[in-house]
Write a protein that binds this ligand. Sequence first.
Ligand SMILES: Cc1cc2nc3c(=O)[nH]c(=O)nc-3n(C[C@H](O)[C@H](O)[C@H](O)COP(=O)(O)OP(=O)(O)OC[C@H]3O[C@@H](n4cnc5c(N)ncnc54)[C@H](O)[C@@H]3O)c2cc1C
Ligand SMILES: NC(=O)c1ccc[n+]([C@@H]2O[C@H](COP(=O)([O-])OP(=O)(O)OC[C@H]3O[C@@H](n4cnc5c(N)ncnc54)[C@H](O)[C@@H]3O)[C@@H](O)[C@H]2O)c1
Length: 513
Amino acid sequence: MKREADTPPAAQWNVPCVLGDQTLRADVIVIGGGSAGLTAAQLAATARKRVMLVERDRLGGECLFTGCVPSKTLLALARRVHAAKTSESLGLASLGAPCWSSVRAALDRARLAFQEFDSPRAVQHSGVRVVNGEVRFVAPRTLEVQCGGHTHRLVGREFVLATGSEVVLPPVEGLTEVPYLTHESLFELPVQPGHLLILGGGAQGCEMAQAFVRLGSDVTLVHSGERLLPQSDPAASRALLRALEADGVRVHLKGHVERLERMPDGICAHLRGGAALEASHVLLATGKRPRVRGLGLEVIGAKFDEGGLKVNTRMRSVSCAYLSGAGDVVGSPMFTHGATGRGTLAGLGTLGVPGRLLARLRARASRASRAEDIPWVVFTDPEIAHWGMTEHEAVRRFGRRVTVVEYDLRRLDRAITEGEGGFVKLVALKGWLGTPLGLRILGAQAVSSRAGELIQLLSLPARLGVHPLRLALLSAPYPTFGDAVRQTYLGLFLRGHAFGRRRDGRGDGRGEA
Ligand SMILES: Cc1cc2nc3c(=O)[nH]c(=O)nc-3n(C[C@H](O)[C@H](O)[C@H](O)COP(=O)(O)OP(=O)(O)OC[C@H]3O[C@@H](n4cnc5c(N)ncnc54)[C@H](O)[C@@H]3O)c2cc1C
Ligand SMILES: NC(=O)c1ccc[n+]([C@@H]2O[C@H](COP(=O)([O-])OP(=O)(O)OC[C@H]3O[C@@H](n4cnc5c(N)ncnc54)[C@H](O)[C@@H]3O)[C@@H](O)[C@H]2O)c1
């Protein structure tokens, strides 16, 4: 029987469109109410400016409705199911599969928890006027919005473009004739897929493969590359492949779906080489591109291309003085923390002529928003976390000056008590003549159930400009996973059984761990 708690109350994520006939004016107009736009608008409103936020759909954007929140909730549920199913050694036996309507209700409940922060009521409370509608530039400093069947004009002094990104459809014959899924429809499915075929082995494809296989679907993952997560360390890709296969995902690397065909109960994918795969559903996880088209950017002279709106390090458009960009619309890397970081920069930019404090804040925020300084995590089990350069990239750039420390988590007391493995890896520039002088961290990778928490610690010395020795000497609570960070940092300076294993960097792209 369905419990009452399974049906969360409906939430209000946008305002009704009642604009009247007049032209609306504001000091700052933010286009798009996702992570980037919300951050920029609320920051701009702290300077008592008239700030307007225009959202065509729901406040909260991709992260809340079709991205991080539902996907991480689904993974958390899948982890619990997996834990139950693999607890036989404790004398526990779990049979059957979870009920999909309860899974869906859990996703809705998770989104609802954000109402306190992202609902129009909460946002308007912070001094931002929320307008519902789809806008485009029609003249300098002028937007047109379609709202309730009418066209209105919005005039502003400054604008922040935060329209996010859109799915790239792969060139597969027959794609438009089959009912394919994207992240926009996946979490709304009325029934659980019997057999989910996923195209793409990036973050989305890998996370969803594990979530669905653990929830009881058959899952096949076809990835065009040689290894999953091509941006990560090769050893991390290998660990993830092992984990997905152990869960039962059928992974095809270097796989190419040439044609999709509609079948009576699903679809059939024809692979290059002649093989055919039948599945009930197909999910496109083949990448996204900045949403820059149809916005009238040409009208205001704002430069853009497939890579996004062209901005400088402060997120100002390089060619339109009153426009800034924030979030996925300015290009890779596309992450929520990147979007809020860039939204912060764009918001700071609207606060007026910078005094010393503001200038310093902007400089810090600008540095933290550099693409190469943004860490990322793939929330599979184990988690795959990354910051900075891989060993291969570092050796290509710095040659023999690169040193690497690897720490096998099977040595870590806490990992032993938890029955877990994985590794932590630091990529660094050697100090002068074997001394700590000049030693610099270039990158870090972690594979562990806690890798997402570890990467922040691993990357801190470099990102805060603190010498690595300081972290190596900082005690960590016992027994914690965080202690692996201290041990790995110690391995930069000491050789010994207890520390990470140090070696010269290798440029063959194999990675060790
Ligand atoms: C399945 C999935 C899982 C993810 N998981 C993670 C994760 O775990 N961690 C992480 O860091 N990142 C994750 N991401 C990426 C993350 O969701 C995005 O990087 C982030 O949400 C981008 O925020 P944004 O504000 O730039 O864009 P969006 O959130 O997309 O916001 C843009 C908004 O602009 C609106 N809009 C567009 N055009 C117009 C217009 N003309 N007029 C008015 N409004 C308009 C849209 O409706 C939308 O609400 C995930 C992505 C996916 C697909
Ligand atoms: N944990 C996270 O932070 C997280 C999770 C999910 C998504 N995201 C973000 O959302 C965005 C979209 O994620 P994504 O995984 O779809 O994109 P992605 O670009 O990260 O990965 C897509 C992968 O699909 C492969 N591919 C492309 N065409 C293919 C085809 N026809 N057949 C098979 N494989 C093909 C590509 O080689 C690529 O590696 C990214 O910006 C990502 O960073 C982040």
